[in-house]
Design a protein around this ligand. Structure first.
Ligand code: SF4
Length: 230
């Protein structure tokens, strides 16, 4: 029942907001830089960092590889945690160089499960960042779970407040199951892409730390009270 409910919520968001055309980036590497920089900060700061890197001619694998650490930190300063994030970006490029000849295409050709394990072993990469890279930069069917989705599924009593990343991910995967023909990988990627983008849209607009349910497209799905759905 909760799977069907989340599926209906996805349809409602699609109808209200329309195609989101994510990720907002010109290249796969820019997606990856954005996925790293967006942690614990607003997207505005990420945009300024990305603009700095682009203006410096460094928004490429070669560019990041060639930047001295301190210079990279200063360029990404607007997105915060610059020491940690600069080191994490450098570590990603080092992995790429060491195991994939510095090629994102070669990383994309890796088995997604293996690529996910390798990404998760890097500094600064948790499940959300790994899945965002797999989905939006490498084109794999990886379901991204973020704080907005956590709020939505717990506030709508689809899962308890302490649900794990994997539990939320499994529910979202199940909920979208009927949105695409079985085994159609491109369609799965497309729906996962849209789903996460729509969750961010409704989250930014309505489902922040304090929910603004009035006028939210998902308000009609709110349970008044009662147990969690099964
Ligand atoms: S703002 Fe309210 S109605 Fe909208 S998604 Fe959050 S909890 Fe649901």
């Amino acid at each position: 029942m909760r799977k069907a409910r989340l599926g209906q919520m996805y349809l409602r968001l699609t109808a209200v907001y329309g195609p989101q055309q994510w990720w907002p980036a010109a290249t796969s590497f820019e997606v990856i830089v954005g996925a790293y920089l967006t942690q614990n900060t607003s997207w505005k700061g990420v945009e300024r960092s990305i603009q700095n890197l682009a203006a410096h001619g460094s928004l490429t694998i070669d560019g990041v590889r060639g930047l001295p650490d301190e210079e990279l930190r200063q360029l990404i300063r607007p997105s915060g945690f610059m020491v940690r994030k600069a080191a994490a970006l450098k570590a990603f490029v080092t992995l790429l160089d060491r195991e994939y000849r510095g090629s994102l295409s070669q990383l994309a050709a890796e088995q997604p499960e293996t690529a996910r394990v390798k990404l998760l072993a890097l500094p600064g990469v948790g499940p959300e960042t790994a899945d965002a890279i797999l989905l939006y930069a490498l084109g794999h069917p990886a379901m991204v779970v973020d704080e907005y989705l956590r709020r939505i599924v717990t506030r709508h009593r689809l899962l308890p407040a302490k649900a794990t990343y994997s539990e939320i991910q499994a529910l979202a995967i199940d909920a979208l199951n009927e949105s695409y023909p079985e085994g159609d990988r491109n369609a799965i990627v497309q729906h996962y892409n849209e789903f996460h983008a729509l969750v961010v849209m409704v989250g930014k607009t309505h489902c922040g730390p304090t929910p603004k349910c009035d006028g939210c497209p998902l308000a009609e799905f709110l349970p008044i009270s009662g147990p969690f759905l099964k």
